[in-house]
Ligand binder design. Structure first.
Ligand SMILES: [Mn+2]
Length: 309
């Protein structure tokens, strides 16, 4: 597979093209490859402020600030010693053609997942999780969902393209099992009659220890295959202002990172990081938080694997 110069941090953080963490850019899925980072610059399902089409690029550029650390704190290994990752680039759909985006994302995701690679997708608005879950379902069947967000995204609407409704549609399509799914950080209203996921709301998460939060997540999900979907607006606007629908009362970036690092018992089969909207950001606060969360999610995957000989 293409070799990477990044986890040895051989190049500086402000030069060259900006793939995620300076990873090799390739769509070849060779045997040694473990995980793939893919961008989807789509924001046509946004209900409020748009602009997340610039999210993948901003996250990749912010990730350059994380490249120099060989053994990222607090992990005690080099990511590249356990996990081969590459950047797949962005899914290039025709502007305005949401149907094409849906079919392309599902097709590329299916190609990656069915080859046994773990997919980490950078959004884009959260609607993209729908074709991603369809692709996950093709290989893994009905999965558990672990969803970090200020919003449940389960609005019961027939509107086809809506980044606040894709988990309603995904449930109707039978893509995930709500009885074994958990939402973390919720602090907006939802329809209790049509909603059966376990909700650890923003206040509850902030008033309990990280260990207690992780314990609740583990007890609901167990060892089922789980898809991890992270809307950056799970974080408080103080830590992630650059997003379309910010809601006060969220998690700190530290708390979210600690929860992610605590998920080593889960059988994660796919992940995404959505809703970074750089036009509303300041000093790359949001992009950097997103790039760091993505890196800790990759470390989490790697933590379940032994060092390569
Ligand atoms: Mn949200």
């Amino acid at each position: 597979m293409p070799t990477s110069n990044l986890f040895g941090a051989e190049s500086n953080t402000f030069s060259n093209i900006f793939t995620y963490m300076g990873l090799p850019l390739s769509r070849e899925l060779c045997d040694e490859l473990d995980a793939v980072v893919m961008g989807v610059p789509y924001d046509l399902a946004t209900t409020g402020r748009s602009g997340t089409r610039y999210g993948p690029t901003a996250i990749r550029q912010a990730s350059a600030q994380l490249r120099w650390e060989e053994k990222r704190f607090p992990w005690r290994f080099v990511l590249g010693d356990r996990l081969n990752v590459q950047d797949y680039g962005d899914i290039d759909y025709q502007e305005g053609n949401s149907e094409e985006m849906l079919s392309l994302v599902q097709a590329h995701a299916h190609r990656i997942i069915s080859a046994g690679k773990t997919l980490m997708t950078l959004g884009g608005d959260h609607f993209i999780s729908l074709p991603l879950l369809r692709a996950v379902n093709q290989t893994h069947g009905k999965v558990a969902l672990l969803h970090f967000d200020a919003h449940t995204d389960t609005e019961a609407t027939d509107a086809k393209y809506n980044h606040g409704a894709m988990f309603y549609h995904a449930d109707k399509e039978g893509l995930y099992d709500p009885e074994h799914s958990v939402q973390v950080g919720i602090r907006t209203e939802y329809d209790y009659d049509t909603h059966s996921m376990t909700v650890l709301d923003g206040s509850w998460v902030n008033n309990h220890s990280v260990d207690q939060v992780v314990e609740r997540i583990n007890s609901v999900i167990g060892d089922r295959p789980v898809y991890l979907s992270f809307d950056i607006d799970c974080l408080d606007p103080a830590f992630a202002p650059g997003t379309g629908t910010p809601v006060a009362g969220g998690l700190t970036s530290d708390r979210a990172l600690q929860i992610i690092r605590g998920l080593g018992q889960l059988n994660i089969v796919g992940m995404d990081l959505m809703e970074v909207s750089p036009a509303y950001d300041h000093a790359d606060v949001t992009s950097l938080a997103a790039a760091t969360l993505v890196l800790d999610m990759l470390y989490l995957l790697a933590s379940r694997k032994p060092d390569k000989a």
